[in-house]
Design a protein around this ligand. Structure first.
Ligand code: BG6
Length: 518
């Protein structure tokens, strides 16, 4: 990892805003035997090494319960890269230098001795590998361990809270709390030991190229801003459709449901980027201040279950088939209670009560075991104020739509009316499209690559701040509380492979609208 000369510079960055190479540092991953480390973290670090974006002096220490040595850890991480690295096969020379920087330290997260051993190892790495006392701690453990690890790191003297001198940063995985009270409690624990600007709450959607591009699309082009408000926008639809089910994570999903798993974090984050005011600068607090304002402008949901059900619809998949493959229902999944009422689908209508968005409904839907994997934001513009061509009136239900496709087939499309060739003035909607793959030809980096790199550089812009997390839980709590007080839902209410429950369609139909067919 220290041998940067052997590898060519990343051609994608040539001519752009210079390479961003972070200072020397050691990164400690708590939960090193977990799935995230294997599938995302180590493969992302390897890709950063390939692109020569890691510091010249860098080391990774994996911490987990299992008693294995450095060699076994390196072998396991090699297998991870063989299976999950973005660019394969793994390059032997690069792997050799990268893997020399991988270390393992066994221990339980509650035991102070784990941190004594870690401290000793990190001091040795400072001497031998020149990591200069700079540390990033990555908490990739069950959420119940976050507070204890941060406390123990503090007690062991492993956190430098002072500005100046070596830096300490802590990355905390989602979920950050499971309601407002637990998120507030965790924020209090965090702030006992860390400054807010040392705390990196990760939401991997913010690392996706297309999500970041929402900001560029909106704020690097003057064209859209005059249209980006209730004067021209009729409504907005946000969709996160997943074709997968719970993929063996039934036990976790039983404690979450789609609202906690997808809406509170990922969907609200890109809703904020889509709806926020221009920030004063592309800097952490400037961007986060504007996102927070959106969350604080969300119109509170009604408390009564009956009234809430007119705005929020929940669903759970039963048996069915996705892409021709038979699927079991959610209640049959491993780790799921046979009478579970946990939702795997939600559709909701919300309002952002501010000047820009007054009167514009935002419709959100997210679900598992749907027919396709599609994440997109669609901005439906109002129709032209006066009809000149009779056929546009007939097509009034297909207005101008700007769709930002987050995944897959990343791109942006604008639907507008065009004259049909021929002797009449008939019009039909046609698309104008930009596709990442065609325009840039390069595969986008994995979200974790960007986010880990930003943390190594001390840039928190694409991470969520404590007050944002609390504001989104404040909104979500209403839903969870109303559902807890409501009569049992009639689950399952949609078949795997369908587009969700009928009530989700009615949510839009009663406003004279319909979901986009994706
Ligand atoms: C995770 C959720 O945060 O995001 C999963 O816990 C979900 O349930 C996943 O499947 C979706 O991420 P992506 O990047 O595949 O869209």
């Amino acid at each position: 990892m220290s041998d940067r000369e052997n590898f060519p510079a990343n051609p994608l960055r040539a001519g752009l805003s210079g390479e961003r190479v972070p200072p020397p540092c050691a990164m400690v991953i708590f939960g090193a035997s977990g799935d995230l480390t294997k599938r995302k973290l180590i493969p992302s670090l390897y890709s950063l090494a390939r692109d020569r974006l890691l510091p010249s002096s860098f080391s990774v220490v994996g911490v987990a319960r299992r008693d294995i040595g450095n060699d076994a850890f390196r072998d396991q991480m090699r297998q991870s890269c063989d299976e999950f690295a973005r660019r394969r096969p793994v390059e032997e020379a690069l792997w050799k230098s990268f893997s020399q920087g991988l270390f393992y330290s066994a221990g339980t997260f509650e035991d102070p001795k784990t941190y004594e051993r870690l401290k000793k190892l990190l001091a040795e790495l400072d001497d031998q590998r020149g990591t200069h006392g700079n540390r990033v701690f990555y908490l990739s453990t069950p959420p119940s361990e976050y507070a204890v690890i941060i406390r123990q790191l503090g007690a062991a003297g492993l956190i430098n809270r002072d500005k100046g001198g070596p830096f300490t940063r802590v990355i905390i995985e989602k979920p950050f709390g499971r309601d407002l009270a637990s998120a507030q409690a965790l924020n209090r624990e965090v702030h006992e030991t860390l400054r807010e600007d040392q705390t990196y709450r990760i939401d991997h959607y913010l690392g996706k190229e297309t999500v970041q591009n929402i900001l560029v699309f909106r704020f690097a082009n003057a064209l859209w801003e005059p249209l980006w408000n209730g004067k021209y926008v009729d409504h907005v639809q946000l969709t996160v459709a997943e074709s997968i089910g719970v993929e063996g994570r039934g036990g976790y999903y039983e404690t979450a449901g789609v609202v906690r798993d997808m809406v509170q974090n990922h969907m609200f984050q890109f809703l904020c980027l889509m709806a926020m005011e221009p920030p004063v600068a592309f800097e952490a607090d400037a961007v986060r201040d504007e996102k927070l304002k959106v969350l604080r402008s969300l119109r509170p949901l009604p408390e009564k279950p009956k009234e809430l059900s007119e705005l929020v619809v929940r669903g759970q998949y039963g048996p069915g088939s996705v892409a021709g493959q038979a699927r079991i229902g959610y209640r049959e999944e491993n780790g799921v209670k046979p009478d579970s009422n946990v939702e795997t689908y939600v559709a909701m209508k919300l309002h952002i009560d501010n000047w820009r968005w007054a009167g514009v409904p935002f419709y959100l839907r997210a679900g598992k075991s749907l027919p396709k994997r599609v994440t997109e934001i669609a901005i439906h513009f109002k129709k032209a104020p006066h009809t000149l061509f009779p056929s546009t009136d007939r097509l009034a239900s297909e207005p101008n739509v700007l769709s930002i496709r987050i995944q897959p087939d990343e791109g942006i499309a604008l639907k507008f009316f065009s004259k049909v060739p021929g002797p009449t003035m008939d019009v039909l909607p046609v698309p104008m499209e930009f596709r990442y793959g065609t325009s840039f030809g390069a595969e986008p980096p994995e979200a974790y690559e960007r986010l880990v790199l930003d943390c190594l550089l001390g840039d928190g812009t694409l991470f969520t701040r404590g007050d944002e997390v609390e504001a989104s839980w404040r909104y979500i709590d209403r839903i969870e509380e109303a559902w807890a007080a409501a009569p049992e839902p009639a689950f399952p209410n949609y078949a795997a492979g369908s587009w969700g429950p009928a009530a989700a369609d009615e949510l839009l139909e009663c406003d004279g609208r319909s979901w986009r067919r994706l």
